[in-house]
Write a protein that binds this ligand. Structure first.
Ligand code: FE2
Ligand code: FE2
Length: 315
């Protein structure tokens, strides 16, 4: 791959990166482990619900996991549920042909497993209100999801690199707060998939840094500046994400130190050479954004510690 200084069109970027997609697709297929959602669900714990089959309705006391774990599981599941919209967005942008197309379909198939597994688990264990969950799914999917960088290849690759890692951490930490080893094992399995997705996208953008460093740097700067979780459209997301942050499942500290910084390090953003003026400006913006994130994360940690101290003093 040759480095270029004149900006590449979106089509040229897709063509130039096709060989990298092929290589990383092969890599992905050789290391992705087959797994079965049904093996992670304790079916014998299940009971028939009310409705046509005349079982028992869900009640609050059915759930044995902490409320914040329920909140996080619902956010994670609704996020997975919006897969048709994500598929539409990446199929439109990356296309359905060649290695790009093979990846789009394979990725969609893997993601489809996540929603299936988590929903089965929650329903069988009666961990969440199934009626509220179904209504939330209808609302969320009816709104759909739109990639804010929908016609830009590198911006989209940068976004999914961060997003897959963010999702990995969110699943993993959600499993931890459930206090349920079976749920933890399921979410650790899902998180392992998300990690491989992150590696795939991160490697692609890594190649883009060699091909068109200034365009890649611009993409990363724009994406970190306005990054939002894919579940941002979920009803009550702001309130739910505060609870999730207070529980340490996903907060600004994790976002900065375990998502943004490690991915930037893999791309070596602060040592990339051959940048034009805008590429340099973009890199400066990334550095400034990391400083802002550091301040915001520390502020949040202080507030959270003060809140915990108040709660302990009260009890
Ligand atoms: Fe997923
Ligand atoms: Fe994923």
């Amino acid at each position: 791959m040759r480095m270029t200084t004149t900006p590449l069109s979106q089509t040229a970027l897709l063509l130039e990166l096709e060989a990298v997609v092929e290589k990383n697709l092969d890599r992905h297929l050789s290391i992705a482990k087959e797994w079965f959602p049904h093996e992670y669900v304790p079916w014998s714990e299940g009971r028939t619900f009310d409705g046509p089959l005349g079982g028992e309705a869900w009640t609050e006391s059915d759930s044995t996991i902490p409320e914040v774990a329920r909140t996080a599981l619902i956010v994670n599941l609704l996020t997975e549920d919006n897969l048709p919209s994500y598929h539409h967005e990446i199929a439109t942008l990356f296309g359905r042909d060649g290695a790009w197309g093979t990846w789009v379909h394979r990725w969609t198939a893997e993601e489809g497993r996540h929603g299936t597994a988590i929903r089965d688990y929650l329903t069988v264990t009666r961990a969440v209100d199934p009626v509220a969950l179904e209504r939330a799914r209808m609302t969320h999917m009816s709104a759909g999801y739109e990639n804010v960088h929908g016609d830009e290849v590198l911006h989209s690759l940068a976004y999914v690199s961060f997003q897959e890692l963010a999702t990995r951490i969110s699943h993993r930490n959600t499993g931890r707060v459930t206090g349920d080893p079976a749920c933890e094992a399921l979410l650790a399995r899902v998180a392992a998939d998300e990690n491989l997705h992150m590696v795939f996208y991160r490697n692609l953008l890594g190649a883009a840094f060699e091909l068109a460093p200034s365009q890649a740097m611009r993409a990363v700067a724009d994406v970190v500046a306005d990054f939002q979780m894919p579940g941002v459209g979920i009803e009550g997301f702001a309130r739910k994400s505060v609870a999730i942050a207070l529980a340490g499942i996903y907060d600004l500290r994790l976002h900065r130190d375990e998502v943004v910084v490690p991915v930037l390090r893999q791309w070596d953003v602060f040592d990339v050479t051959g940048l034009d003026a805008d590429g340099e400006a973009a890199r400066d913006q990334i550095a400034a954004h990391l400083d802002d994130l550091e301040r915001a994360a520390s502020r949040f940690e202080e507030k959270r510690a003060a809140r915990e101290a108040r709660l302990t003093a009260r009890s």
